[in-house]
Write a protein that binds this ligand. Structure first.
Ligand SMILES: [Zn+2]
Length: 167
């Protein structure tokens, strides 16, 4: 499943990338979005009903996102059958550029790419093969993992029978 998100959905696009979904973001013109979606078999994610209408006319799959709230957006995608499995850096795509991320085998390779303190403090690094951004399990990463857990809690709740919530 591949996506192309409109300019209103930057946060959602970054998260889809983290969950490993190939997601284009940053194209402003509707016609260009439609063209790329059609050519590459991408699902359009948009807040714009006019763009959604045009997409349906061209028989391009589109999800008209109903809410501005990030968690509601995730909920809607789950209802559409998109899965949010546990986040693993090896499966993620770069939130900045959509490129593939791999684990760095020898940390010497990224010595000049991170601050000295970070280099000393961590042994686990990942790098985007496209833009060269380096990632490590620091504070930002831990914040991300909290959001990941919340997202997967949403998924558990929406798949669960209401009765089972009563002890
Ligand atoms: Zn990148």
């Amino acid at each position: 499943m591949k996506f192309i998100a409109d300019m209103m959905l930057g946060r959602l696009a970054r998260w889809l990338r983290l969950y490993g979904y190939d997601t284009l973001y940053g194209i402003k013109e509707d016609d260009r979005i439609l063209e790329v979606a059609k050519k590459e078999g991408r699902i359009i994610l948009t807040r714009d009903s006019e763009l959604a209408r045009k997409a349906r006319k061209l028989e391009v799959r589109v999800i008209l996102i109903e809410s501005n709230s990030f968690e509601d957006q995730v909920r809607q995608l789950m209802r559409e059958g998109i899965q949010f499995n546990e986040l693993f850096p090896e499966n993620a795509r770069c939130p900045k550029c959509n490129g593939p991320i791999v684990r760095v085998n020898k940390k010497e390779e990224i010595r000049d790419k991170v601050p000295e303190k970070v280099y000393e403090a961590y042994d686990e690094f990942y790098i985007c093969l496209n833009c060269g951004q380096v990632y490590w399990p620091g504070k930002q990463w831990r914040e991300m993992m909290k959001i990941d857990k919340r997202i997967r809690d949403i998924s558990k709740l929406s798949g669960r029978d209401h009765q089972s919530e009563v002890p």
